[in-house]
Ligand binder design. Structure first.
Ligand SMILES: NC(=O)c1ccc[n+]([C@@H]2O[C@H](COP(=O)([O-])OP(=O)(O)OC[C@H]3O[C@@H](n4cnc5c(N)ncnc54)[C@H](O)[C@@H]3O)[C@@H](O)[C@H]2O)c1
Ligand SMILES: O=C(O)C[C@H](O)C(=O)O
Length: 312
């Protein structure tokens, strides 16, 4: 299996490293626009192989997409991260152009690839990659839900003083403040979380999760990379190993949840064909309302992208 990761910065290099040391792919190609940057990161990861005992080959290139030819999966992390005081949507004008040009190059050299978008604003960058690629919606998706859920699970594990391994959860909606938490689908070793924690504490954890990306931007001056890079690698693994894992993934909705033509996080089954199935949960009225707010926000940013493209 060959996997390309575009963008050899914090998230891209972390993702490539996880793909390599966990031997999720036989070959990982890292691409960056900065001269020598991807080559250096790939070489560093390869030199770690004798220490950590793996044999995935890592190759770095500066904007040379011929080396990415025949990739099974491509992860797009190229683009600016936000700085303190910015929203993810502030990145749209710079990152849309980057994601669109990268997608054109990917599809030219790997027409059969499955594309995982990571660049922000996530839902709208998934839209940009999907329309540029002209691939079926099952093969162009965005990573955010695994990360948001992981943050929620980590905060819960800390509060309950239990292993994060035993917390199962699902979140929906856009990647941002309007994400839709679903506490009634959260379990701790099979026990509904609502039996183990007060409503106030759970609400505080949900709020912290919604602002989880911003919390890290404030602390570090740039956005997170260990959990995001690992989350993208987990999606790659589900695809290349045909694991049929159930994850929240950003995909174009075509009638599911009563929504048409908007890219939102929903639970899916992820396997060798990409999105194998979208799972439709029976949402209650409150959850439907939250999802509608999230849909409205993502649609506004999609429209802003369309307006920018029309003017260009
Ligand atoms: N979806 C998520 O949950 C999530 C999580 C974390 C970060 N992100 C997003 O991922 C993106 C990357 O974050 P980061 O921390 O790795 O940033 P970074 O600045 O460390 O790395 C980005 C890399 O992209 C490269 N790049 C820029 N234009 C390119 C092009 N045309 N072709 C190839 N490479 C190009 C840059 O040279 C840089 O090395 C940001 O947009 C960030 O907001 C998303
Ligand atoms: O917060 C960001 O800007 C990056 C990413 O979307 C995250 O949630 O960590």
């Amino acid at each position: 299996m060959k996997v390309t990761v575009v963008g050899a910065g914090n998230v891209g290099a972390t993702c490539a490293d996880v793909l390599a040391y966990r031997e999720i792919a036989n070959e990982v190609v890292l691409v960056d626009i900065k001269e020598g940057f991807a080559e250096g990161k790939a070489l560093d990861i390869w030199q770690k192989a004798p220490i950590n005992l793996y044999d995935t080959r890592t190759v770095g290139v500066t904007n040379d997409y011929s080396k990415t030819a025949g990739s099974d999966v491509v992860v797009i992390t190229s683009g600016l991260p936000r700085k303190p005081g910015m929203t993810r949507d502030d990145l749209i004008s710079t990152n849309a152009g980057i994601v669109q040009s990268v997608t054109e190059n990917i599809v030219k050299h790997s027409p059969d690839a499955i594309i995982i978008v990571v660049s922000n604003p996530l839902d709208v960058m998934t839209y940009a990659a999907h329309i540029t690629s002209k691939l079926p919606r099952t093969r162009v998706m965005g990573m955010a839900g695994i990360l948001d859920t992981a943050r929620y699970r980590a905060f819960l594990a800390e509060e309950l003083n239990v292993s994060p391994k035993d917390i199962q959860a699902v979140l929906m909606g856009g990647h941002g403040d309007t994400m839709v938490p679903l506490p009634r689908y959260t379990t701790v070793g099979g026990i509904p979380v609502t039996e183990l924690i007060s409503e106030d504490k759970l609400n505080a954890i949900v709020d912290r999760t919604k602002n989880g990306g911003g919390e890290l931007v404030k602390l570090m001056g740039t956005s997170a990379w260990y959990a995001p890079g690992s989350a993208a690698a987990q999606m790659v693994e589900a695809i290349v190993r045909d694991q049929r894992r159930v994850f929240p993934v950003c995909v174009k909705l075509e009638g599911e949840y009563g929504i048409d033509g908007v890219y939102l996080g929903v639970p899916v089954i992820l396997g060798k064909n990409g999105i194998e199935k979208i799972i439709e949960l029976q949402l209650n009225e409150d959850e439907k309302q939250l999802l509608e707010t999230s849909r409205g926000h993502v649609k506004e940013v999609m429209d802003a992208l369309d307006n920018m493209s029309a003017k260009a």
